[in-house]
Design a protein around this ligand. Structure first.
Ligand SMILES: CCCCCCCCCCC/C=C/C(=O)SCCNC(=O)CCNC(=O)[C@H](O)C(C)(C)COP(=O)(O)OP(=O)(O)OC[C@H]1O[C@@H](n2cnc3c(N)ncnc32)[C@H](O)[C@@H]1OP(=O)(O)O
Length: 384
């Protein structure tokens, strides 16, 4: 099921906001600027790096203005949030002349297209994977690797993490498993553009498949049989925080922060945090985090029991990996059996909580509160 979901979701990043797929005109009577415009449209399709939704909305707006003139469409309804973001972008251009829009489009594309970008090659460079999995000294390291996007988790990354956990749980050479992030963030949580690729079934289908994926993903953490360690190298947001309640140890840099702004996003708690957080830190503190979105420092999170130990950022990697290497030499079966003893009484409850939270989120994703929050982020009207 999970693999099927991912296949369905894995669209080119350029499809995120419904990139205009255009027909190239070949008329010999076209002026040079029209040719530049067509070349630019072609270059856009060859971009290897996703330019981000803000730029894509600008490109969309300039393309529409250049080809059709000022926005002449009725404003889409609030719930039609992708078309509304596109309409807003086009409408914001006002009465800019078609020629100027065309030139601005060409200029914008050329600013995105260094010569290496437009070569048309699409091979992945080594280390360019969004999730990097390595194994050494009995430690399997799953590293989130989208530092420029603060390690926001895409649909494909959920699937890759899930597959890595399934594989390492069966790998006799893997004693402990570590989740960490590359760059300055541990993870900014769910990639908010996950919501913008509308399949034919529309937002209802997005919410339904998203809910199934979330449930499968979290189930995998609940059932993971070996020691699971989070090496929190920097700020963590959303699902990157809630999952910590299912880890066996959480080591944090003193630069890390812990933030679950679900209400601000019109969403609700997931990752079993509606159960694990009150248990770990008591209901009063859990409510401050999960309902009011209070951000904790690493030392506060440690005092609340969410973090095992905090290290100075300057020595964080050295100290933590030295410790993990020592732990990975401990007898693996004893560790696995101890984990089973500690965790097995809770498993049934955790699966039920996960199912409930995933269903609640399915409803939330269809709400106006949630859609507005996502539109605001994507159109950069808001940030955490
Ligand atoms: C219905 C389908 C769902 C399918 C998936 C189901 C799976 C489960 C879902 C479970 C529910 C999960 C919930 C959560 O995790 S809620 C938390 C979501 N995260 C956020 O709201 C964070 C949003 N980001 C920010 O507020 C800021 O970016 C941040 C404070 C993290 C950093 O700010 P800073 O100013 O330092 O950096 P930038 O904003 O300039 O960010 C750099 C670039 O990174 C992009 N970015 C960052 N975070 C995200 C994100 N979460 N999603 C998408 N993109 C993100 C940001 O846009 C910048 O990109 P550009 O350079 O292209 O502009």
């Amino acid at each position: 099921m999970a693999a099927r979901l991912v296949r369905r979701w894995c669209l080119s990043p350029l499809q995120v906001v419904g990139f205009p797929v255009v027909q190239l005109h070949t008329s010999r009577t076209m002026r040079a600027s029209q040719k530049d415009f067509e070349n630019a449209m072609n270059q856009v399709k060859l971009l290897k790096k996703d330019p981000g939704n803000e730029v894509k909305l600008k490109l969309y707006a300039l393309y529409k203005q250049a080809t059709e003139g000022p926005c002449n469409m009725p404003k889409p309804g609030m719930l039609d949030f992708i078309n509304k973001a596109k309409w807003d972008a086009w409408n914001a251009i006002g009465s800019l002349p078609k020629e100027t829009a065309r030139k601005n489009y060409v200029d914008l594309v050329s600013s995105l297209s260094p010569s290496s970008e437009s070569s048309g090659r699409v091979d992945k460079e080594p280390g360019s994977e969004s999730v990097v999995i390595t194994s050494e000294d009995g430690i399997t390291k799953i590293m989130l690797n989208r530092p420029a996007q603060k390690n926001a988790i895409t649909i494909q990354m959920y699937q890759e993490i899930l597959s890595a956990l399934e594989a390492t749980s069966k790998d006799d050479n893997s004693v402990i498993t570590v989740l960490t992030g590359n760059g300055d963030y541990y993870s900014s949580g769910n990639d908010l553009t996950n919501f913008t690729n509308l399949p034919p079934g529309g937002i209802e289908e997005v919410a339904k498949t998203g809910s199934i994926l979330l449930r499968d993903f979290v189930d995998c953490f609940i059932d993971f049989p070996k020691p699971l360690i989070a090496v929190v190298n920097g700020p963590a947001v959303g699902i990157a925080v809630t999952l910590l309640g299912l880890f066996d140890a959480v080591y944090a840099s003193d630069r890390a922060t812990f933030h679950t702004p679900f209400t601000q996003l019109g969403q609700t708690a997931e990752g079993c945090s509606s159960y694990t957080f009150p248990k770990i830190m008591g209901p009063a503190k859990a409510i401050e985090m999960l309902i009011f979105g209070k951000k904790l420092t690493a030392h506060e999170a440690c005092a609340q029991g969410l973090v095992t130990e905090v290290f100075p950022d300057s020595t964080f990697q050295k100290e933590v990996w030295a410790r993990l290497k020592a732990y990975a030499k401990l007898p693996p079966n004893a560790m696995r059996i101890s984990k089973e003893l500690i965790r097995h009484n809770e498993k049934e409850k955790l699966h039920a909580v996960n199912a409930e939270e995933s269903t609640a989120l399915q409803g939330r994703w269809l709400s106006e509160e949630c859609m507005n929050a996502i539109i605001n982020f994507l159109s950069r009207k808001s940030k955490l």
